[in-house]
Every structure is written in structure tokens, then in C-alpha cells.
Design a binder for this molecule. Sequence first.
Ligand code: HEC
Length: 148
Amino acid sequence: MKTLAPLILFAACGGFSMSAGAQFAKTEDAIKYRQSAMFIQSQHVARLGAMAAGRVPYDATTAVANAEAVAEISKLPWAGFGPGTEGGKAQPDIWQEQAKFKELGERLMSDTQKLLVAAKAGNLDALKAAMGPLGETCKTCHDNFRKK
Ligand code: HEC
């Protein structure tokens, strides 16, 4: 442990001085990361949406597996929106109205936790009820913070 400490400190300081924030070597990596997380999330949400809409048969096990993925992935994109990572389809307002953006991110994570609880309830009505607010949260944030 003793020998590791200076290394960790070094990594942390080096990270903070970079425009892309602590986790990413380049701004492009941060953008790609958050877009990838959003994309994967949307694929799992779409599968649940298809079930909720009756386009594919309801299957409780599949619903839980997808809801678990969504609950985890919804935690990820935010690290990709660090200081100085403007670009992609992200509106510059994200960096001007950080509190509002953060609040919507937190709302998403709370919605996806509720979705997981609903999926585990094992019935289609619970799943349907949880999908509505989640979709609304995606839309609200995109309307405010994503370029057309
Ligand atoms: C707190 C804000 C916020 C929430 C909530 C949010 N998104 Fe996004 N999303 C964004 C922003 C900003 C971008 C553009 C990122 C970029 O291009 O750098 C984006 C991009 C995307 C993309 C395009 C990714 C790509 O390949 O470029 C998809 C798909 C997406 N979001 C799906 C979703 C879905 C589905 C939900 C809800 C389950 C959701 N988003 C919730 C802010 C949000």
C-alpha cells in the first residue's frame, strides 16, 4: 500500500489538470463514452418499451435482465460530461446550467431504480407504469440539453 500511494496521487493530480477531467485521456474519449452509454441504455430501454407496448410478448426474466442493465448504465454517462468536454450533440447549456442537468441525471437514476423494482414485481402493468415517467425524463433532458 505504501508504494502505491504516490502513484495514485500522481494519477489524480495529472487527471485534474486535463481538460477532459480525471477519467479520460482526450475530450473525444469523454464524448464517445457518454454517447456509448446513452446508446446502450437506449437499446435496453427499447426492449422494455416493446414489451410495455405489447409489440413483443411480456417475459418477466427478460424484463428484469434489461431493467438491471438500464439501472446500472444510467449511472455512467455523467462522468463523460466533465469540465471542458463540450462537443458531440451536447448543448453548451449543460456546462452553464449544471444544477439543472445534474438534477435530471439524478431523476433518471431514480426512475431506473423504480423501473427495476417494477420489473421485479413480475407483472406487465407495473412495468408499463414505470416506463412512462422514465421516457418523460429522457425526453425532458434531450429537449433541454441535446442538439437536434
Ligand atoms: C440528464 C440528461 C439526459 C437524460 C436524462 C437522458 N439523456 Fe440521452 N443524451 C443526453 C445528451 C446531452 C446527449 C448528447 C451527448 C453527446 O452527443 O455528447 C444524449 C444522447 C443520447 C443518445 C444518442 C447517443 C449517440 O449514439 O450519440 C441516445 C440514444 C440517448 N441519449 C438515449 C437516452 C435515453 C433512452 C434516455 C432515457 C432512458 C436518455 N437518453 C436520458 C442527455 C440525457
